[in-house]
Design a binder for this molecule. Structure first.
Ligand code: ADP
Length: 191
């Protein structure tokens, strides 16, 4: 039988705890966790020529070109044997979402839900500041963070309306403990 893959998208601003929750959720339901940003940083860290080239885009907080990130993500989905994926960081704008939805259609794969973690801007900034003291990311200078947050509001946040109109949006208050957020996500997904 054909493997019908399912996808859950986790979205929210920088500092909303997306990665943490995406990875916990993936473990819980036996899906594979894929973070576009983590994957780009891994490629760069390994000295992969494409990875190093792409770091030119993300280092200062800008976005990697749509065609390139689409191709990278699709090849990750295809080469993985998992039945399901929890994705963090993709799609990030309308153009990526459009291509992703038609890609799912062509493969007869399912977008099961979108988990939207909402949190105040003030709390996001606080969390990013404390995390960047521990984790040395090339793109966590104050300027890059500002640019990433503004790109989020400009390009990614508008996707919420699209998910909502498709009836797959799950809104979760992310100003709670990791454990409580996790249990709210489980209830919202009915798992
Ligand atoms: P953030 O904390 O800003 O959500 P991520 O780890 O998701 O960070 O991504 C880090 C960087 O990787 C982004 O600022 C961007 O340059 C690049 N990137 C990740 N995903 C995408 C995408 N879907 N489209 C374009 N660029 C991306």
């Amino acid at each position: 039988m054909m493997n019908r893959k399912s996808f859950i998208i986790i979205m929210g601003p920088q500092g909303s705890g997306k990665s943490t929750q995406a990875s916990l959720l993936a473990d819980y339901i036996g899906y594979k966790f894929i973070s576009s940003g983590k994957y780009l940083r891994k490629l760069e860290g390994e000295g992969d020529p494409i990875g190093v080239k792409l770091s030119e885009y993300w280092k200062d907080g800008g976005l990697v070109p749509d065609e390139l990130i689409n191709e990278i993500m699709f090849s990750l989905f295809e080469k993985d044997v998992s039945n399901g994926f929890v994705i963090d960081g993709f799609p990030r704008n309308h153009s990526q979402l459009k291509v992703f939805l038609s890609y799912l259609n062509v493969n007869d794969w399912v977008l099961r839900a979108v988990v939207y973690l909402y949190v105040s801007e003030e709390e996001c900034l606080k969390r990013i500041e404390s995390r960047s003291k521990i984790e040395m990311r090339l793109d966590e200078s104050p300027d890059s963070v500002k640019k990433r947050l503004s790109l989020y509001h400009l390009e990614t946040e508008p996707l919420i309306a699209e998910y909502n109109s498709r009836g797959i949006l799950k809104k979760i208050n992310a100003e709670q403990s990791i454990k409580n957020i996790q249990s709210d996500i489980h209830s919202a997904l009915g798992i």
